[in-house]
Design a protein around this ligand. Structure first.
Ligand code: ARG
Length: 460
């Protein structure tokens, strides 16, 4: 009968219940947030005359000792204490005596966990943003070397039009910038303090919620306590934000896997970030991007898991909510290591520009340019120009020669109106550089895009 809530019970809890019910083995990760919350709460209770300064001094000293014990590994985390809130409070009371028993005045574990978990998530939103920025910087370093490196731009995984490699990487920079914006806006929206909501309905004690909100770094206090103790939108948002970011990481990873195959040969991952086979001595496997792709699935699982936990909960707090933490911790840790290892893999990979350019020589990548030429120079309606170009492509297939290398006489034979100057238009680099419309692949546009991302990262 050593439970804090044992007053109304006559029999002790079964050890099976302890095991099933406890969150202490995972929520202990929040010990700093929890103790900072307690320190802020105690200072506020003292200012309001609910605790005296002697009690505050004891609580402060006791909690600092608890931090030291936790960080030195001395602290004993016990399943029977159920969660970190009770584990810490119990230890505090053992150290300082009666003052420790007053700390929980005007507070509940319901607002306490809402404070701890929310602050953890708010902090992680920012830390992940910083890690995305480092990844973007590394992508920019690679991109800047390849603003004139041609590779086949694809749709349906079929050769479509020539683009440059920096432009391709710029697509990922765009995705990661949106990711950053999502993490930042989640942080802004959710930066409100639950402390003082108590169990669900507020408290009759004369507390000052603004004071604790401010000392814990929240922008404001929450408006409705019933909502606040059961709201886990902030946790769902970080799971969604991580899921979307991992989806982007996974798309890039998929390309890295393909590009490092013999068939593509566009990149070679460094030895440091590749693995071998236990049986096939020649193998060099892209485990890093494969795992990044795989881990994305696990993160989605956590998002779906928490959405499902929340979907039928009556107001306000329900124990189901305790299932919110492990998936978030796991997803945050996955995001952190994923961003770091992807950054290193990109930094150390070798870009095989020669193979990228070679791949452009097949697939008639400048076919659209021929159609555009017919429209612009010969005043032919686009639909007809499309058909004529189709004939030229068919001729190329028959001769087994790419449109960009086809002898002019064949083109002339297909349509009289085509002149010799067409050959310049069919050149692959010309094709890439012709796409100068806003956001296009032309080297000069790509350079502008890289400048845009660099300015963004510098906060300009
Ligand atoms: N361990 C709990 C959780 O993570 C803390 C809140 C418990 N509240 C309660 N009324 N049992 O959700």
């Amino acid at each position: 009968m050593d439970k804090m809530w044992s007053g109304r019970f006559s029999a002790g809890a079964s050890s099976l219940l302890d095991k099933f019910n406890a969150s202490i083995m995972f929520d202990r990760k929040l010990y700093r947030e929890d103790i900072e919350g307690s320190l802020a709460h105690a200072a506020m209770l003292t200012k309001q005359g609910i605790l005296n300064s002697e009690e505050l001094a004891q609580i402060t000293e006791g909690l600092n000792q608890v931090i030291n014990e936790i960080e030195s590994g001395e602290f004993e985390w016990k399943i029977s204490d159920e969660d970190l809130h009770m584990g810490i409070e119990k230890r505090l009371t053992a150290i300082i005596g009666d003052a420790g028993k007053k700390l929980h005045t005007a507070r509940s574990r319901n607002d306490q966990i809402a404070v701890d978990f929310r602050r953890y998530v708010l902090r992680k939103n920012l830390e992940i943003v910083e890690a995305i920025k480092l990844l973007m910087q590394e992508i920019i370093v690679v991109a800047e070397k390849h603003t004139d490196t041609l590779l086949p731009g694809m749709t349906h995984l079929q050769h479509a039009q020539p683009i440059n490699f920096a432009f391709h990487l710029g697509a990922y920079l765009s995705m990661f910038k949106r990711d950053i914006e999502r993490f930042e806006s989640s942080r802004e929206r959710n930066n409100i303090s639950p402390l003082g909501c108590a169990a669900l309905a507020g408290t009759p004690h004369a507390i000052d919620r603004d004071m604790t909100a401010e000392s814990l770094g929240f922008d404001s206090v929450s408006v409705n306590c019933l909502d606040t103790v059961s709201d886990r939108d902030f946790a769902l948002e970080i799971l969604f934000n991580i899921s979307t970011m991992m989806m982007h990481i996974s798309r890039l990873s998929e390309e890295l896997v393909m590009w490092s195959s013999y068939e593509f040969g566009f990149v070679e991952l460094s030895d440091e970030y590749s693995t071998g086979s236990s049986i096939m001595p020649q193998k060099k496997n892209p485990d890093v991007p494969e795992l990044l792709r795989g881990k994305t699935g696990r993160v989605y699982g956590s998002l779906m898991g928490l959405l499902t936990v929340m979907k039928a909960l009556p107001l306000a707090y329900n124990k189901d909510t305790q299932e919110d933490k492990e998936g978030v911790f796991d997803s945050v840790e996955t995001a952190e290591i994923s961003l770091e290892i992807l950054k290193e893999a990109i930094k150390t990979m070798q870009v095989k520009a020669h193979n990228m350019e070679k791949a452009c020589a097949i697939g008639h990548l400048s076919a659209t340019d021929l159609a555009d030429y017919l429209v612009e120079k010969c005043n032919i309606p686009f639909r007809e120009a499309h058909f004529i170009t189709g004939r030229a492509v068919a001729k190329g297939e028959e001769l087994n020669v790419d449109l960009s290398k086809m002898d002019f006489k064949y083109l002339k034979a297909i349509d009289e109106r085509i002149n010799e100057d067409v050959m310049e238009f069919l050149g692959l680099r010309h094709s890439m550089n012709a796409r100068t419309s806003a956001g296009g692949t032309a080297t000069k546009r790509t350079l502008e895009q890289l400048e845009y991302f660099k300015n963004y990262l510098q906060g300009k």
